[in-house]
Design a binder for this molecule. Structure first.
Ligand code: NDP
Length: 492
């Protein structure tokens, strides 16, 4: 069993606290992978102070040099891909195929960000005055906190840490308490790649304690957060009140719209993948299927059959299609939503129970679940469950589908299945989500493409892609006057 440590000012140090947490395999709770003492507030402060001190040297390191270290980290991650994928599956529960996919996404993100280090360009702008010119430069912010959830514990930290470092910031990384093993390996990789002491620090502590200390520290100039809406909104209030920047990527209630002319084979398989893949624990998971009445019976019958055929098991088994929920808390939440759906009057078509037998009894397994005849006011149509639960909402036509799809506080992802080009484009124009997919699942994204949501899902700049560095830099405008004379007029 591994003992995880904090990484402060280039050294691995065990916390002095007496509070310990175990890292448990959600597929088999007898398998305790590691343990760590929860960092104290003093240790969190020490990490911020180390970062503040290291920042001066790091910001003066040319951006392409910073990028080289991130590129090296990408190569090391590639070398360690299989080992990291195994750790990820063991601590988070997703299937080994999903873990390998997450690792590849992380490598791609690091590669992309390393390339961006050679493109941190500003603009030159013509002045309205003679013998004057104006240009802009992008500068780092200082110490940045990266606060991340457990569901993509390699990819999300990578898509925050890599651009933050390339931009010239020093980082304090606070991962989710329940996924310390992958967090430690990511930081080890950056250490091996040559990151200077203090430039990247890791604090393994609880959000409400060590996390709160980090985000409240006056030296922390920006906080990049991914997680739940409850935590994110409070964090945004807290951080922006002291004038620091805060970026929040939060929950989703992502709809797929299925019209009467859709390729039903495609729609069924992609909806099932979107709803049950990663055990529904993706911010972009498909949680609502908005289906026109004409094809609803057939769609429901087929998607329920597909749910029934899902092979549930430990993610390490290559045959497994759906792993466990991540921990007891998440497991209980999903079981509670099964009851909420029944009590609210939805028709349970498949699932709705914990999954047992065949080696599942020691893990947090639930059945992939389909509720039909869900109405827009029901809680299973409105609240993020973060489990493998699909709510089918029947509608009369395309117009009604648009109203139902947009009837949510969230705005992360969506998709439509149709072959009608005109309705396809009307959907693209009117759907209120930050990302949308045509004839493909609500999930997925690529390293060089911006990622994020609107409405209640996202606050601040988009992560990844061409916008990845926006949050981590300030724009400075420079006016150069080479007339050598006192300015006449134009004194505003
Ligand atoms: P949480 O909001 O519970 O936690 C996220 C992180 O915040 C954790 O590291 C947590 O620490 C930390 N935290 C909690 N409270 C505080 C605090 N007061 N101060 C500082 N840090 C704090 O989210 P989950 O980990 O449960 O992740 C699931 C959620 O993430 C879902 O809602 C999902 O939709 C969302 N998500 C959104 C994505 C997007 O891009 N839109 C992508 C992936 C997930 P600790 O673990 O110690 O509590």
């Amino acid at each position: 069993m591994e003992t995880y440590k904090n990484f402060i000012n280039g050294k691995w140090v065990e916390s002095s606290s007496s509070k310990t947490v175990n890292n448990v395999n959600p597929a088999n709770t007898d398998d305790v992978i590691g343990t760590n003492r929860q960092a104290t507030r003093e240790e969190a402060r020490a990490a911020v102070e180390a970062a503040a001190e290291a920042f001066e040297g790091w910001r003066r390191t040319p951006a392409p040099q910073r990028g080289k270290i991130v590129a090296k980290a990408a190569r090391l991650m590639e070398d360690a891909k299989e080992e990291l994928a195994q750790i990820l599956t063991r601590e988070e529960g997703k299937t080994i195929g999903e873990s390998r996919g997450e690792l590849q996404r992380s490598i791609n993100v690091a590669d992309f960000c390393a390339g961006e280090s050679r493109r941190m360009n500003g603009e030159t702008i013509f002045s309205e005055l003679p013998s004057n010119f104006v240009y802009t430069i992008k500068q780092p912010l200082g110490v940045v906190a990266c606060v991340t959830p457990w569901n993509f514990p390699v990819a999300i930290p990578t898509w925050k840490i890599a651009p933050a470092l390339v931009a010239g910031n020093a980082v304090v990384f606070k991962p989710a308490t329940i996924t310390p093993g992958t967090a430690v390996r990511i930081v080890q990789i950056f250490e091996e790649a040559g990151i200077p002491a203090g430039v990247l620090n890791l604090i393994l502590g609880s959000g409400s304690d060590a996390g709160d200390e980090i985000i409240s520290h006056p030296a922390v100039k920006a906080v990049s957060f991914t997680g739940s809406n409850g935590v994110g909104i409070r964090m945004y209030e807290q951080v922006s009140r002291r004038g620091a920047k805060c970026q929040c990527e939060m929950g989703g209630k992502n709809p797929v719209v299925i019209l009467e002319d859709a390729d039903l084979d495609l729609a069924v398989e992609n909806t099932a993948q979107g709803a049950f893949g990663s055990t529904g624990q993706r911010c972009t998971a498909t949680s609502r299927a908005v289906v026109v009445e004409k094809i609803a019976d057939e769609f429901v019958e087929r998607v329920a059959k597909r749910a029934q055929s899902m092979r549930i098991g430990a993610g390490a088994d290559p045959q497994t299609e759906m792993g466990p929920t991540v921990d007891e808390g998440q497991y209980k939440t999903v079981l509670e939503y099964f009851n909420i759906g029944r009590e609210d009057g939805a028709t349970l078509v498949y699932g709705g129970e914990r999954a047992t037998g065949n080696g599942l009894d020691k893990g947090y397994f639930v059945q992939p679940t389909v509720f039909d005849r869900v109405t827009p006011d029901m809680r299973i149509a409105r609240e993020e469950i973060f489990g493998p639960v699909l709510s089918v909402l029947r509608v009369k036509d395309f117009e009604a589908a648009m109203t139902v799809a947009n009837d949510t506080e969230f705005g992360l992802s969506s998709s439509i299945f149709t072959n009608d080009v005109s309705r396809m484009f009307r959907f693209i124009e009117d759907i209120e989500t930050g990302m949308t997919h045509i004839n493909s699942p609500t999930t997925g994204g690529e390293a060089h493409i911006p990622f994020g949501g609107i409405k209640g899902t996202g606050i601040g700049d988009r992560e990844q892609g061409s916008t990845a560095l926006d949050f981590y830099t300030e724009l400075k405008v420079v006016y150069v006057d080479y007339t050598g004379t006192k300015r006449e007029g134009n004194l505003y």
